[in-house]
Design a protein around this ligand. Structure first.
Ligand code: F6R
Length: 341
């Protein structure tokens, strides 16, 4: 029997219970659907946040662009809002803990710019600042690692934009149905039938490279990379086509220890399809392991979130193969503590 199929052994490694949180992700999405803010008029959107609190901004940016939403969306992972931030810029300030200094700094800047602000947080300083300044506050449950709160950190932004998005409700329903179905596959199926376990096996002892495509699966590629980093405590890198064809492929001269995961989507333009096919052939000719994945669903939301969820589970199983508890991120905590001194 594969060690990934020995539930008792997995529980001994997963001491802090990441598996349970992953299993409950579809339920989290349903709860998150009830959280929304009433939005004022706006011309553009900025989502500011870091790490697990920022990735929902990228999912939003991709989703809105592909739906033809005619206003720009920017994701700010840093201390500074762009100089074009003004009173017609809707700012989502997202921090799970509410204590991330970059996001707090952006929040203060947004106040000075008189931007309408929606804070999304489980508490901390951000909740206090939002209450004090009478900014909109979406309070989400405490007690999760931020990266396991993606539903709460992403869905309320989308839900608040529902008046602009036809089909959102139907797409959301489809997403839930698909996620409920694949949860049992990823959580329970033995290794030979379980894509998440097989992917983890391919990554074990090697360096995962994740390749998405511009403004489609690139955000999911970033999520896979960060989930591998934080859950499995492993290096991983992500990139996107077509940009990869203009630089990254030159590194293929020294390829052997890498595993490429190509994140595909049926909405790829024909030129991109061709580039993915070529990428695959060139990599295989060099003896590199290449795997392709695609989200499930007719709607983009379901495809993005189901593909994202596969990366969550695969990074979890990679942590199991490395024998590390996925939940603690000691070095991130230590760094934050040192910065605060
Ligand atoms: C930890 C995690 C980190 C945090 C990041 C920002 O699970 O995912 O990437 O999200 O350090 O902290 P928060 O989310 O509290 O603003």
């Amino acid at each position: 029997m594969s060690e990934l199929d020995d539930q008792k052994a997995l529980d001994r490694i997963d001491r802090s219970g990441m598996r349970e949180l992953l299993k409950r992700f579809p339920e989290q999405l349903s709860r998150a659907w009830d959280l929304e803010a009433e939005l004022p008029a706006f011309r553009q959107i900025i989502v500011c946040g870091m790490g697990g609190s920022a990735i929902g901004g990228d999912y939003l940016r991709v989703y809105l662009a592909r739906k033809g939403f005619p206003r720009p969306v920017f994701v700010v992972r840093g201390y500074e809002l762009p100089p074009f931030t003004d009173e017609e810029t809707l700012v989502f300030a997202v921090s799970y803990s509410g204590n991330t200094e970059e996001t707090l700094h952006c929040f203060e800047q947004a106040l000075r710019c008189r931007s309408p602000i929606v804070a999304i947080t489980s508490g901390g300083k951000l909740a206090g600042m939002a209450r004090e300044s009478k900014a909109d506050l979406i309070s989400i449950p405490k007690g999760l690692p931020p990266r396991a709160a993606l539903g709460y950190l992403f869905i309320p932004m989308l839900r608040s934009l529902k008046p602009f998005l036809q089909d959102l409700e139907a797409e959301f329903q489809e997403t839930l149905n698909i996620l409920h179905r694949i949860t049992s596959l990823y959580a329970e199926a033995p290794e030979e039938e379980n894509p998440a376990k097989r992917l983890a096996r391919a990554w074990h002892g090697r360096i995962p490279l994740i390749c998405g495509s511009f403004l489609l699966t690139d955000a999911v590629a970033r999520r896979w990379k960060t989930q591998i980093n934080e859950n499995a405590k492993s290096p991983a890198f992500y990139s996107a086509l077509p940009e990869l064809h203009h630089n990254e492929l030159m590194g293929w001269e020294r390829l052997k220890q890498f595993v490429y995961a190509l994140l595909r989507d049926p909405a790829e333009e024909p030129k991109l399809k061709r580039r993915f096919e070529l990428t695959r052939s060139l990599l295989e000719e060099r003896g590199c392991t290449v795997m392709e994945f695609q989200g499930e669903g007719r709607g983009l939301l379901a495809r993005l979130l189901s593909l994202s969820y596969l990366g969550d589970w695969a990074s979890f199983y990679l942590a199991m193969l490395y024998g590390v508890d996925p939940t603690p991120v000691a070095l991130i905590e230590e760094l934050k503590a040192r910065l605060a001194r």
